[in-house]
Ligand binder design. Structure first.
Ligand SMILES: Cc1cc2nc3c(=O)[nH]c(=O)nc-3n(C[C@H](O)[C@H](O)[C@H](O)COP(=O)(O)O)c2cc1C
Length: 186
């Protein structure tokens, strides 16, 4: 069975991200066709990116936190990124978490759950482009959540029920692609 990491995309103390990520995890846990783990980038305390050599050239990471992060991403076969939209893009915390590594991401699949005033669509598309470089294949199915209708007062997550079915469709695709891509990493 493939192991899928649900990766948080915001690190600020007052983030709504964890509510959304935990909701995705609770839906994923209804399934028996993959294993799921909530991977909170905040727990890894990654410093502002300051590695001397890009990960595409060397895995000799200087930051101890990067070594722990590398081990975690290496263990996973696929990902669900849960991202907010900050100034039409992803957060600097998530960008650093991606930039720290390269081979650990290679030939794995991902799905995106985004949120924002316009469903976080621009951040989701930004993330697709970024992930294409470390060879993460993003599925087309997308869960887009509105700050206006899926949250109360923009802070308490209260998703419309129909999103649950889309999360399952997203997981169907990510599990299928993660399983397929595992064969080319062997
Ligand atoms: C610096 C900053 C920039 C933002 N830019 C956007 C944006 O471009 N589009 C959008 O829909 N929401 C934007 N927002 C609103 C966020 O989507 C909203 O605050 C959301 O709760 C952030 O996710 P988080 O609470 O998990 O950090 C922005 C928020 C911040 C803090």
């Amino acid at each position: 069975m493939v192991k899928i990491g649900i990766i948080t995309g915001s690190t600020r103390d007052s983030r709504v991200n964890l509510q959304v990520s935990e909701w995705v995890k609770s839906i994923a846990d209804e399934r028996t066709d993959a294993e799921f783990e909530l991977v909170d980038i905040k727990d890894y305390n990654l410093p502002k990116f300051n590695e001397p050599i890009p990960a595409i050239m060397s895995q000799d990471y200087q930051a101890e936190e990067a070594k722990v992060w590398s081990k975690k991403i290496s263990e996973l076969d696929g990902f669900i990124f849960v991202t907010p939209e900050y100034n039409r893009g992803i957060t600097s915390g998530l960008k650093d978490a991606i930039d720290y590594l390269y081979v650990e991401w290679n030939n794995k699949a991902a799905g995106i759950v985004s949120y924002g005033s316009s469903l976080g669509v621009t951040a989701a598309n930004d993330l697709r482009l970024i992930l294409s470089v470390p060879k993460v294949a993003t599925v087309g199915t997308h869960v887009g959540l509105s700050l206006f209708t899926d949250f109360q007062d923009m802070v308490k997550f209260n998703p419309a029920p129909f999103h649950q079915e889309t999360v399952h469709k997203l997981l169907d695709d990510v599990i299928a692609w993660s399983t397929a891509l595992k064969t080319i990493r062997a």
